[in-house]
Design a protein around this ligand. Structure first.
Ligand code: NAD
Length: 513
């Protein structure tokens, strides 16, 4: 993107080259004197400088969020839904610009940048419907002329902490639901992608203002995880912390929020595998494995990290994968011909190199790739997508490296494949390619995949917003977005109503003088 194009894009999204990083309404403020430089992962160009929020800024912002809750929770849920509908309309109008910003700042290719904004739009639509159906059951009481029911009430301001790799969608997964549930949102985005957060907030704030929503319902606080992030974890005014990021970060959040008995939704790292059976449709399996491993330069929580291939298919399948890998155009994510953009920064490239060194030491054989590319644009962030044949129990295979490295291995029986599949600490996304009903059903049965997401003839990467999203084991156990995950954003209350007048104690207990 030329400097003129960047300037035009910034103008369309209300961004400037120097900005403050905190807002609970239209205006931005910060007083820490701690400036964050935001560079393009593609060119290395300095895109902007953001003054991060400090302690005083956080205090001001949280006070507003706390006050806003008292107002917001009193607005009927369908009216809150109408406002979320308008946020979806505003996002539709800005989809092109916001999608381009995602590509510019995070480095995913444009079609994926646009797809991420589409996810925001879709989840707004989902939440609008939800706003009229947030419901609890009516239950039969054992006492005569009594009724029992469950109600769901707004919970309070929700702290949303997001990772760099979905710099706008994860905010929407949380916020569209939180808003219809009656909760304000305090968003701490990744320090690697603050511009996407500021631009999103500008779009959302315009809608909230136009609808007379008080300041504090939607806030953004750009700040260090070790400072502002930690401050949020310990803040009892945030009854729920929804955090997306690495397992290391999630373990810390789980401990600190757990110590105050706060709630968490933890969406952490994955180590996703695809089983390719000898009874699979090869073309479908190839397309799914290719996108899963190379798409988003391997920087999705659901990226395919392991392929467990039937020994009869292994050589043919890998040969086809390598042919695909050879034709991947790597470069500027905003060029429509590009299939793979950069990694987020040089540190990610070092992680890529370190993982490959470890893999080689642990008996791995690089079948394709394994190289850092000479910088085509000025930043050492481009790598070749890589395939390594290695044993599933090699220590490096047991960890998530956030880069396009695919570990491949062979199996003989489906039972053996499932054991290999589950023998990692993480449990996010999984898939099997097989036309055998018995194999496919076994994979999604109680003795099959232990992941939060288990697909048949569908890859591991990417998910629709309608299903609950999240994973088990070290992925954190949280569920965001679809299905009934709205329940995490509300507090449940059981009510017993006596309409008969006589007092009856439960379980037939008698207590008279
Ligand atoms: P990260 O863990 O480095 O950072 C994530 C967020 O946590 C950032 O906003 C960071 O500032 C914040 N943070 C870090 N330490 C904190 C602390 N002590 N207190 C409060 N906040 C703190 O992750 P990343 O590199 O940005 O993202 C990549 C990781 O995210 C991968 O592991 C990926 O699998 C995971 N991820 C998971 C999902 C999912 O839904 N399961 C989705 C996207 C990304």
């Amino acid at each position: 993107m030329t400097p003129q194009e960047t300037k035009k894009l910034f103008k369309a999204l209300g961004l400037k080259s120097r900005m403050d990083g905190a807002s609970y309404g239209g205006d931005w403020f910060a007083s820490s004197g701690d400036w964050l430089e935001v560079h393009s992962p593609t060119s290395g160009d300095l895109l902007a400088k953001i003054q991060q929020a400090g302690e005083a800024d956080y205090a001001k912002l949280m006070e507003k969020a706390d006050q806003a809750f008292r107002h917001w929770r009193a607005i009927p849920a369908p009216k809150r839904g109408e406002i979320v509908r308008n946020i979806g309309v505003a996002l539709r109008a800005k989809k092109g610009e916001l999608g381009r910003l995602v590509s510019l700042e995070m480095g995913k290719i444009l079609t994926e940048g646009l797809g991420e904004v589409q996810e925001m739009i879709d989840v707004c639509d989902f939440a609008v419907g939800l706003s009229r159906t947030l419901s609890g059951p009516t239950l039969q009481s054992e006492r005569p002329m009594h009724r029992m029911m469950e109600q769901w009430h707004p919970l309070g301001p929700v702290g949303v902490i997001t990772a760099f790799n979905f710099p706008v969608a994860v905010w929407a997964w949380n916020s569209a639901l939180a808003f219809v549930c009656g909760d304000p949102v305090v968003w701490k985005p990744s320090s690697k992608t603050p511009l996407c957060a500021i631009a999103t907030h500008n779009i959302v704030t315009a809608v909230l203002r136009a609808n007379g929503v008080p300041e504090g319902v939607s806030s953004v606080v750009v700040g260090r995880g070790s400072n502002i992030g930690e401050r949020m974890l310990g803040d009892a005014r945030l009854p729920l912390i929804s955090a997306t990021g690495s397992t290391k970060m999630g373990k810390r959040i789980g401990q600190v929020v757990g110590a105050r008995l706060g709630r968490t939704i933890l969406e952490l790292g994955g180590n996703n595998a695809l089983i390719i059976s000898d009874k699979a449709d090869m073309a479908g399996a190839l397309a799914a494995a290719f996108f899963g491993a190379v798409g988003t330069a391997g920087q999705r929580c659901t990226s395919t990290r392991r392929l467990i291939i039937h020994e009869k298919m292994f050589e043919t399948f890998i040969a086809k994968m390598i042919a695909n890998y050879k034709s991947v155009k790597i470069g500027d994510p905003l060029d429509p011909k590009t299939l793979m953009g950069p990694l987020i920064d040089e540190e990610a490239v070092s992680d890529f190199e370190a993982a490959l060194t470890a893999a080689r030491q642990q008996g791995g054989k690089v079948l394709y790739g394994g190289k850092v590319l000479n910088p085509p644009f000025g930043r050492r962030t481009f790598v070749l997508p890589t395939i390594v044949e290695i044993a599933n129990d090699a220590p490096i295979v047991q960890t998530e490296t956030f880069a396009p490295i695919l570990y491949v291995m062979r199996y003989r029986t489906i039972d053996e494949a499932i054991v290999m599949h589950n023998s990692v600490p993480q449990g996010l996304s999984s898939g099997i390619f097989s036309d055998s009903v018995a194999e496919a059903e076994a994979f999604v049965s109680f003795r099959g995949s232990d992941c939060g997401i288990a697909n048949i003839n569908v890859g591991t990467s990417g998910a629709e917003i309608g299903g609950a999203f999240g994973g088990e084991k070290e992925t954190g156990g949280g569920r965001e977005s679809g299905s009934d995950s709205w329940k995490a954003y509300m507090r449940r209350q059981t009510n017993t109503v006596n309409w008969g007048g006589e007092i009856h104690l439960a379980q037939g207990v008698e207590f008279h003088v």
